[in-house]
Ligand binder design. Structure first.
Ligand code: NAP
Ligand code: MG
Length: 493
């Protein structure tokens, strides 16, 4: 069993307190992957001090050179893709095809950020006065506090850390306590690629200790957080005391509409992947299926039969379709919602219980579950469950589908299956969500496209694509007067 450490100021170190915590395999809870430093405020203090010091030199490194380092990061990730994917499956349970995809997203993000080093465009704008030049350029913000969840242990940290570095910021990174090993591999790669001392620091430990200490710290300039809406709101409150820039990517209650004119085979593949991929533990997971009444019975029969054939087990085995819930607490939440759904009058069409076959007993497995006879007012139709539970709601029209889809506090991802171009464009216009897929499931973001949600899914920023560089850079407006005299804007113009 490996003993992992924090990385602060270019050195691997234990927590000041000497305390540690264990990281276990959710498919086989007796397997310990490693021990990690259980850090506290003092460790954060040290990391922020080093990140601040390193900022003064890193900000002066030309952006194309920062990009070259990220290019090497991408190359190293390619070389280590399989090793990282296997570690990730062991520590958080999702199947190997998906953990390979998670690493690939990091690779794509590295190369995209690397190329941005030779753009990072600003603006030149005409002045209203003669012999005067106006421009707006991008400058780094400072020390970036990065706090991430466990469901995309590589992709999400890279979405944040790579653009942060490219823009010239330094980083203090607190990964989720459930996936510290993948995070450690990412930092090892950054170091191997040549990121200078102090530019990236990782502090392992609990959310309310380490995460909150970063958010509270007066010398941290921005926070990029992905996680639950509850924690996001708390972070937003605390960060407002030092007027930090904050990007929040939070919960979802995503829905897939299936119209009566849809390619039903395609829609079935989509909902199975969207609802049960990553054991339903994606912020973009399909949690509701809004199914047109004209195709309801046939589609439900096929959906139930396909769902019952899904194989639960260790994600390292090629025969496994679905891994476990992340831990006992999450499985209890899932069980709780299954109980609530039944009390509210919904009917279980598949699954509905803890999975206890051989190969499942030692992990946190829960059967893929489908609820039918769900109404939009039920809690299972409104609240994020974050597990393998799909609520099916019957709809009569596109208008009803869109209205039910929008009837939630969240607005992350959405999907419509239809062959009618008019339906598709009306849905794109009227759905209130950051992402809409047409004839594709609610999951499947690409690294070079904006990612994020509306309503209580976030606070208006976007990760991914060209948009993320907005968050990680500060505009500096520059006026250069070469007239040799005092020229007064608005007065002499
Ligand atoms: P979480 O409990 O909010 O934790 C996320 C991160 O915040 C973890 O690193 C956690 O540390 C830390 N944290 C917890 N409490 C904190 C506090 N008081 N102050 C500062 N940091 C704190 O979320 P999760 O259960 O890991 O992840 C699931 C949630 O994330 C779901 O709601 C899901 O929808 C959302 N999510 C959203 C997106 C998106 O892009 N919109 C993507 C993925 C996931 P510990 O691990 O040590 O507790
Ligand atoms: Mg684990």
């Amino acid at each position: 069993m490996r003993k992992y450490q924090n990385f602060i100021s270019g050195k691997w170190v234990d927590a000041r307190s000497g305390l540690t915590f264990e990281n276990r395999n959710p498919a086989n809870w007796s397997e310990v992957i490693g021990t990690f430093p259980k850090s506290s405020k003092e460790d954060v203090e040290e990391a922020v001090r080093c990140a601040r010091k390193a900022f003064e030199t890193w900000r002066l490194v030309p952006a194309p050179h920062r990009g070259d380092i990220l290019k090497r990061v991408g190359d190293l990730m390619v070389a280590k893709k399989e090793e990282i994917a296997r570690t990730m499956t062991r520590e958080m349970g999702k199947v190997l095809v998906e953990t390979r995809g998670d690493v690939q997203e990091g690779i794509d993000t590295a190369y995209y950020a690397a190329s941005e080093g030779r753009r990072l465009f600003g603006h030149t704008v005409p002045s209203e006065l003669p012999n005067k030049f106006n421009m707006a350029i991008r400058t780094p913000v400072g020390v970036a506090g990065i706090v991430t969840p466990w469901n995309f242990p590589m992709a999400i940290p890279t979405w944040k850390i790579f653009p942060a570095l490219l823009c010239g910021n330094t980083v203090v990174f607190k990964p989720a306590s459930d996936t510290p090993a993948t995070a450690a591999m990412l930092v090892e790669i950054l170091v191997e690629a040549g990121v200078p001392t102090g530019v990236v620091n990782i502090v392992h430990g609990g959310g309310s200790d380490v995460g909150m200490a970063i958010v509270e710290h007066a010398d941290v300039d921005l926070i990029s957080f992905t996680g639950s809406t509850g924690v996001g709101i708390k972070i937003s409150e605390v960060a407002s005391k030092t007027l930090k820039r904050v990007s929040l990517e939070l919960g979802g209650k995503n829905a897939q509409i299936v119209m009566d004119d849809a390619d039903l085979g395609l829609a079935l593949d989509g909902v199975l992947w969207g609802a049960f991929g990553t054991t339903g533990q994606r912020c973009t997971a399909t949690s509701r299926l809004l199914l047109h009444e004209k195709v309801f019975d046939k589609f439900m029969a096929d959906l139930v039969s396909r769902t019952k054939k899904l194989r639960l087990g260790d994600g390292l085995l090629e025969t496994t379709d679905i891994g476990p819930c992340i831990h006992e607490g999450q499985r209890k939440i899932v069980q709780g919602y299954v109980d609530i759904g039944q009390k509210e009058g919904a009917k279980i069409a598949a699954g509905g219980a803890i999975a206890t076959d051989d190969g499942q007993k030692n992990g946190w497995f829960f059967q893929p579950t489908i609820f039918t006879e769900v109404t939009p007012a039920m809690r299972i139709a409104r609240e994020e469950i974050f597990g393998p539970v799909l609520s099916v709601i019957r709809i009569k029209s596109l208008e009803e589908g869109v209205s039910v889809l929008n009837d939630t506090i969240y607005g992350l991802s959405s999907s419509i299956y239809t062959k009618d171009i008019n339906n598709a464009f009306r849905a794109i216009r009227d759905i209130k969500a950051g992402i809409t897929y047409v004839n594709g499931p609610t999951i499947g973001a690409e690294a070079h496209m904006p990612f994020g949600g509306v309503k209580q899914t976030g606070n208006g920023h976007r990760e991914g694509g060209w948009t993320v560089f907005e968050f990680f850079s500060e505009w500096k407006t520059v006026y250069i007067d070469y007239s040799g005299k005092l020229q007064r804007a608005q007065i002499d113009a």
